[in-house]
Design a protein around this ligand. Structure first.
Ligand code: AMP
Ligand code: GLY
Length: 426
């Protein structure tokens, strides 16, 4: 099978690693890829290639898929999906893993996602869509502190503020324009990925992400500073409960609207005292949770994604998982998340197994690896226990240097000693 993979982040490096490990993959073309994926090219005996092109332009992507005779296109990030890239590919009869532009609005608009959840009877935080200052002020006072204000549109993980400071919540809302203000949900957070062809749905192992920039869940929200899987503290019925109370209802609602969701449904949950409630849907694999979930998946990934892309998921064999646990720790650039600095030299990360590249670039001048984004790379490791995986991930991270770089020291710390509640939750 020839696979075209779109995207350039840590998620795509993890996806590329898993896709080339699938013996059915004869060629993997990554657009545009990153320096970590470029190293895979050598390690895979030339099966991996990098190509250029605007991945948000449906016509460009369809032409690339045709040129490379792709049997399957895997769309990594949300922006091309919301831009209708999957629709353009399907119109040409190319098997595509990723939802249509209409179904991707589950991530593209928080207000749309709330509307779907309400119609489907999916448990989620109470909310209001606000467009004016008066509506915003009234909603802040209705829901009270801590205030949760979300930009309605795509914001690369930076559209949400959760704060006790009403003035900050108001300022964020006014700066965004159309926002969703919602009730604060207390409890541990869980990310559940579900592979679906629109009808059949297969959950992957649940993971936990760490959204705040600093240890102890302090500081601003980020795209995610680390993750681990599985969740030793979670109830054995958690996944079945979420499939029943969230996933099947949401898929049925979208299908009934004539916009079935086929691809990866990312369910972001808070486990409240009243049960799991949805805080967000995404229309693609999460980053950095993908790094840990795929590190544990034994089933060949390309076969699974191809089955979902071609409506054959119901007959796909049950997934197989490795024993043990996986942990990933994100190294962020100086100034992240507000004003990440670029161009700093990175050492200890070139071609190192377990180091997943995200915001890295190879200098055209001297060939050194340099930072090129807020989340620069992550160190991922597996182990027989969560504690062993955590130790191995931090040992790997300690070999990397980046001036001004910072990473959390407490990823999976509580869970690895038998705790359950994420720092900051109550
Ligand atoms: P989102 O982009 O909607 O996932 O929000 C980013 C992060 O903000 C989440 O991962 C949570 O940590 C936090 N958050 C979002 N909504 C809520 C909520 N209703 N209650 C508490 N925390 C929330
Ligand atoms: N880790 C959060 C996300 O991918 O949106």
């Amino acid at each position: 099978m020839r696979v075209l993979l779109l995207g350039s982040g840590g998620r795509e490096h993890a996806l590329a690693t898993a896709l080339v490990a699938d013996p059915s993959v004869t060629a993997l073309v990554c657009v545009p890829g990153n320096p970590g994926i470029a190293v895979l090219r050598l390690a895979s005996g030339g099966r991996v290639q990098l190509a250029d092109g605007d991945i948000c332009d449906p016509a460009v992507v369809a032409a690339l898929a045709v040129d490379h005779a792709a049997d399957l296109v895997v769309v990594g990030p949300e922006a091309p999906l919301v831009a209708g890239v999957a629709d353009g590919l399907r119109a040409k009869g190319i098997a595509t893993f990723g939802p249509s532009g209409a179904a991707a609005m589950l991530e593209g608009s928080k207000a749309f996602a709330k509307d779907v959840m309400l119609a489907a009877g999916v448990p989620t935080a109470g909310s209001r869509v606000c467009q004016t200052r008066a509506e915003l002020e009234a909603a802040l006072d209705t829901f009270g502190s801590p205030y949760v204000v979300k930009d309605d549109g795509l914001a690369a993980g930076k559209g949400v503020i959760v704060t006790d400071d009403r003035a900050a919540a108001l300022a964020h809302g006014l700066a965004c324009g159309r926002v969703v203000v919602e009730e604060y949900l207390a409890g541990p957070e869980v990310s559940l990925f579900v592979v679906t062809d629109g009808t059949a749905a297969v959950p992957l192992v649940p993971a936990q992400d760490f959204k705040r920039v600093a240890d102890g869940d302090q500081g601003p929200n980020t795209g995610g500073m680390g993750a681990y899987a599985p969740l030793p503290w979670a109830s054995p019925s958690l996944v079945d409960d979420v499939m029943r109370s969230v996933v099947r209802l949401t898929l049925a609602e979208l299908a009934s609207r004539g916009t079935p969701f086929a691809g990866l449904l990312y369910v972001g949950l808070v486990l409240t005292a009243e049960g799991p409630k949805v805080i967000e849907f995404n229309c693609r694999f999460g980053d950095p949770e993908t790094q840990v979930v795929l590190a544990l998946l034994e089933t060949p990934l390309a076969g699974l994604l191809h089955a979902a892309a071609t409506g054959c998921l119901a007959t796909h064999p049950s997934l197989r998982w490795r024993d043990g646990a996986a942990v990933t720790v994100v190294l962020a650039a100086a100034g992240y998340p507000e004003t990440p600095r670029r161009g700093d030299v990175i050492t200890g990360a070139d071609g190192v197994p377990g180091i997943i590249h995200a915001g890295t670039a190879r200098s055209a001048d001297d060939g050194t690896l340099r930072s090129a984004g807020g989340r620069v790379l992550c160190a991922t490791a597996t182990g027989q226990t969560l504690g062993a995986a955590r130790d191995a991930a931090y040992r790997l991270m300690e070999q990397v240097t980046l001036e001004g770089g910072h990473y959390r020291k407490d990823i999976a710390a509580v869970a690895s000693i038998g705790g359950s509640i994420m720092p900051g939750a109550s």
